[in-house]
Design a protein around this ligand. Sequence first.
Ligand SMILES: Nc1ncnc2c1ncn2[C@@H]1O[C@H](COP(=O)(O)OP(=O)(O)OP(=O)(O)O)[C@@H](O)[C@H]1O
Ligand SMILES: [Mg+2]
Length: 568
Amino acid sequence: MAAFVASRVAGSVVSSSTIFEGSVCGRHFVMVDFRWEDGGGSLSKQVHPTRIQGGYRRNNHHSMATPPQRGLLGATRSTETNYARCSKDADFVKIDPDRREAVAASRGGGGKDSSVGAPGGGQDLAPAAATTVRRRITPSELKVRVRRRAPAAVGNGVDVWLLDTEIRQSLASMRSYSEKGFSVGAAVSGTVPRPPGFSSRRWSIQARIGDFAADQDAYVDALLTLLERHPAQMILPGHDGSIEALRRRRLELERYTALPLADEGALDIAISKERTLALARHLGISVPEGIVASTEDDVRAAAGQIGLPVVIKPVQSWVQTSRSGVRLCSGVATTVDELAAVSRELLDGGNRVIVQEWLSGPREAVTLFYAGGQCLARFAQVSHRERPLLGGTSVFYESIPLLPELVLPAEALVRAMNLEGCAVVEFRRDRAGKPILMEVNPRMAASVALPIACGVDFPLLTFHWATGRPLPPPVASYVVGRRLRWLAGDIRHLMSAVKHPTHLESGPRSKTLATFATDFFRRPAFFDPFDPRDPFPALVELRDVVGSHLWSLIGTPRRPMPRVSSWE
Ligand SMILES: Nc1ncnc2c1ncn2[C@@H]1O[C@H](COP(=O)(O)OP(=O)(O)OP(=O)(O)O)[C@@H](O)[C@H]1O
Ligand SMILES: [Mg+2]
């Protein structure tokens, strides 16, 4: 038990001076004391991992007192008071450092740790990880703007830093948090010229951080500097690439703030489609017929075995080379030439791919919020259109009831992975109408505005979970049949479908155009991200998308168009 708790704590605070195990008034507790240096000062931090449904969860309560105070595992503030009251009865023993080291080693070090600003005491608990020395951040790597009349503020900090404001789920989360009275920081990575989220009136501080795709370490260094200047209770990444960058130096970041990510072991399975599908198969969940391939010859042989058309997808969507990263997208091949072209592109750089049968049925997804062995929220949706045509983000989607054939396998999979936090399990039906597992994304979906609008607030749950606040009771029901249409994305879908009428996922041009037009009346929807109380992000985005398409129809644009595709 002590080893288990030590592992949890070791994974979240990097270094601890002492871990005690013992009993208070006959109840069993584990207690952690630790401190670290921060900007020359000495801080102490209490960790109160809270017991939830038989599991333990990190729960960061920050305390700025010297000398360090003690936190009790399994304690709430009232049990802490109990501890003070009956401390005479307390009987604690120090956990053997060898056991702690063994636990830290068994976690594989987790990520890189910085020697700069490392905790003053208890180096014995630090995982044996490589050391990253933080570089000085140049002004071009971190640009910050503080809004004069900020909607809310916590000193010079915020409640939440949203890391990928250029993607849709970040704007939806920003609005959700700000409506609950939380102050929000909006950050983008790289040089996205005009992220629509920056036009929102809901952020208090805005930041541009270096590009995680170009240099993960520089990105995290800039983020750490940002957190020193403008602290936050939680940072929320939304992009596969930023999640990967944060994971590499997770322990270092968790000294500053809460990171709403599942355990490393669970994330490892979720980001690998090969491992996810293997686990699903083991659990008896239907998966597409597929073969893993690492050369063009393998791909050809696999396609020969499965039969064209096939889908070719990277084993892992975010691929990191020595320093830079790229997000790869699945492709569909109906001919041998297409097979060669798609596989060449995806295999480039030594990646492996999965060759799968192509499924033609409806695309459904279940979003779950799982923590402490309990599913706290479930939400199901169907995607009517996507962009890109295959494997893209939903542009027109609708809430559906919690169908057992979707929810049961989704929950079984998330439980088996122990994938805590918000996760999206995607399915596609085969010709017989049977749902087949596609993948699991260990993050919020781009379409998270839909569950929020239907009454399932995943961003709020995420904040409560990550910061150790009491979790609300499981969500009982939500609005079914509500549709959201991301108009800018739908216009882009229309352009692609009209341009590629023979693509497996599109149809005749006349039908595509008619469906696009009549859906305004036949299947009325709310427009994402349009919000009359915060209209500018949608207007900026629409102007950019319509503008870029108009220019492309007229001829070469006079000036480079903003990269609005970053929404995807
Ligand atoms: N074999 C397949 N047959 C038909 N459609 C597929 C197939 N594989 C994937 N898709 C479509 O592509 C979507 C994305 O699945 P994919 O496995 O390519 O993940 P991804 O590239 O990581 O996407 P995401 O952006 O959702 O993370 C699926 O939800 C499904 O609509
Ligand atoms: Mg994915």
